[in-house]
Ligand binder design. Structure first.
Ligand code: ADP
Ligand code: MG
Length: 227
């Protein structure tokens, strides 16, 4: 097993639109070592979501390559990719996508089952993840019975339940107040260090700088040296 969590080589993604081609990513090459907390910074429209989708195998680059833990994503067909994703990657999106009629516990349980967490481990694992984000007492609450910050913490707990080696988080704190943002980033940072996993998180919030081991700047779809 190599120490490289993520590698991209000359990644490009072009979208066709009515007004012509949109180069959402151009010549994006970088490597991330395992165990790092990487912040992907860039303005709205700079290509952050496109990059995260390509890293998670949710979108296909139009050129270049992506390896996650040495797996070349282009080598996986759709079914293999879905299996791979469930076992290897935890996603946290800006729209957290919690199932509204399910409790916090049940939301995590759905993910644990999809990821094939053994039945004998599920309960303990789910409770541990809820505790990690400080919401053990909310296990039977539904999303609408929680604040936005609490819902986002449940979404993070859900991303952790399969014990992925890599977490991809797309602006997970953009809807939250600064205190909650600090809490969530600190919880993620602790988790990265405890579990030795890698997190790749996009944000345009300067608060995130304090928690990252490394910053990658995107500007107009290209990696840009730090200011
Ligand atoms: P960010 O997440 O940093 O805001 P995005 O990756 O969403 O940036 O978008 C990068 C660029 O690609 C933008 O110019 C956006 O308008 C364009 N884009 C994103 N998705 C699509 C799409 N499905 N079709 C056409 N253009 C898109
Ligand atoms: Mg985005």
């Amino acid at each position: 097993m190599s120490d490289t969590a993520i590698a991209t080589q000359a990644l490009g993604r072009v979208y066709a639109s009515d007004s012509g081609a949109v180069h959402a990513l151009q010549d994006v090459s970088f490597e991330v070592e395992r165990g790092q907390f990487v912040l992907l910074r860039g303005r709205s429209g700079s290509g952050k979501t496109t990059l995260l989708n390509c890293l998670g195998g949710l979108d296909d680059p139009t050129s270049g390559k992506v390896w996650i833990h040495d797996q070349d994503l282009a080598q996986l067909d759709e079914a293999a990719r879905t299996r791979w994703r469930r076992g290897s990657i935890g996603f946290v999106f800006q729209q957290m996508g919690l199932l509204p009629s399910f409790s916090a516990y049940e939301n995590l349980d759905v993910m644990a089952r999809l990821a094939g967490v053994p039945r004998s481990d599920r309960r303990e694992r789910i409770l541990a993840c809820l505790e990690l984000v400080g919401l053990l007492d909310y296990y039977d609450h539904r999303p609408y019975e929680m604040s936005g910050g609490q819902q986002q913490r449940i979404a993070i707990a859900r991303a952790l339940v399969a014990q992925p080696q890599l977490i991809l988080a797309d602006e997970p704190t953009s809807e939250l107040d600064s205190e909650t943002t600090h809490d969530i980033l600190a919880a993620l940072g602790d988790f990265v260090r405890q579990a030795g996993i890698t997190i790749f998180l996009s944000s345009h919030d300067p608060i995130a700088d304090d928690y990252a081991d490394r910053v990658i700047n995107l500007r107009d779809g290209r990696i840009h040296p730090s200011a």
